[in-house]
Design a binder for this molecule. Structure first.
Ligand SMILES: C[S@@+](CC[C@H](N)C(=O)[O-])C[C@H]1O[C@@H](n2cnc3c(N)ncnc32)[C@H](O)[C@@H]1O
Length: 270
């Protein structure tokens, strides 16, 4: 049986992924446009989760058949249900592990992934090579991954906020992931054969009430209890951070600067 990714596969995470999609929807839509995926007839959405990116692709690329690949059974079931509900005939679910891509025969003109490769660090060169191999000549691969969590900071400053960010970094590293993947992803894509056609960074200033403010607070609510259990944060840091969110929201003042997210597009030359 395939092992689930370490953020977890359950209803609470599914709902968080939905809210996360809304928090980053304009930037995701822009990436799909920048990569000109609407010109493709077949697109592979790698690590599609419950399918929020898949439906975005299907909407923006109405002439494409979108294959939605994920290894999580619950997310594939949810996606199947959504396909039926919305009569989305241009989406095909594919319950599979990305590591099995070399065994698949279908070729695509476009490939897309968001917040997936950071979970595949040990296999990254091989995964990028297999994505390259599954594209037709002239095909395009667009990825949206953390550049770094190190840009996260808050105003007014807070040691609790710093502790929370450090806990996230450690959580990735302890599970063989890496939230700084974006710093070396373009080079690995080049090594896999891609020509990089676009690199962009998104994220940044998020005043109280901004969609990225709520995104990061939401992640706190969902994951910080686990960080305390795993000794990545102390209970005092957790309590201090919970109070910080409340105090800033009550005052309606202050901001965070978010993680920087890399959007990179590579082409397989003809
Ligand atoms: C953070 S979620 C992102 C989901 C979606 N891309 C989005 O942006 O909403 C990461 C997803 O990658 C999937 N995943 C991680 N490793 C995988 C692998 N080796 N094969 C297939 N899916 C994988 C997980 O099951 C999970 O659904």
């Amino acid at each position: 049986m395939m092992k689930d990714y370490f953020l977890g596969v359950h209803q609470q995470e599914l709902e968080r992924l939905d809210r996360q999609h809304l928090a980053w929807q304009p930037e995701t839509q822009q990436l799909i446009q920048d990569a000109q995926l609407a010109n493709c007839e077949r697109i592979l959405d790698l690590g599609c989760g419950p399918g929020f990116t898949t439906f975005e692709l299907a909407k923006q690329c109405p002439n494409a058949q979108v294959t939605a690949l994920d290894k999580a059974t619950l997310y594939q079931q949810y996606l199947q249900h959504q396909i039926q509900e919305q009569q989305a005939s241009n989406i095909t679910p594919l319950h599979a592990d990305i590591l099995d891509l070399p065994n698949k025969t279908q070729l695509y003109q476009g490939a897309f992934c968001r917040w997936v490769l950071a979970f595949l660090i040990a296999d990254l060169p091989a995964v990028l090579k297999s994505i390259y191999d599954k594209l037709e000549p002239g095909g395009t691969f667009a990825a949206m991954e953390y550049l770094t969590l190190d840009s996260f900071t808050s105003s007014p400053p807070s040691d609790y906020f710093t502790a929370y960010t450090q806990a996230w970094k450690a959580y990735y590293l302890n599970h063989s992931g890496d939230a700084n993947i974006g710093t070396y992803l373009p080079n690995l894509m080049r090594e896999a054969g891609f020509t990089i056609t676009s690199e962009k960074c998104v994220g940044g200033l998020s005043p109280v009430g901004h969609r990225w403010w709520f995104w990061w607070r939401d992640a706190f609510n969902n994951f910080a209890p686990t960080f305390v259990e795993q000794d990545l944060m102390t209970q005092a840091e957790f309590d201090g951070m919970a109070a910080y969110w409340d105090a800033q929201e009550a005052a309606g003042e202050g901001f965070i600067y978010s993680a920087v997210i890399l959007q990179v597009v590579g082409r397989k030359e003809k």
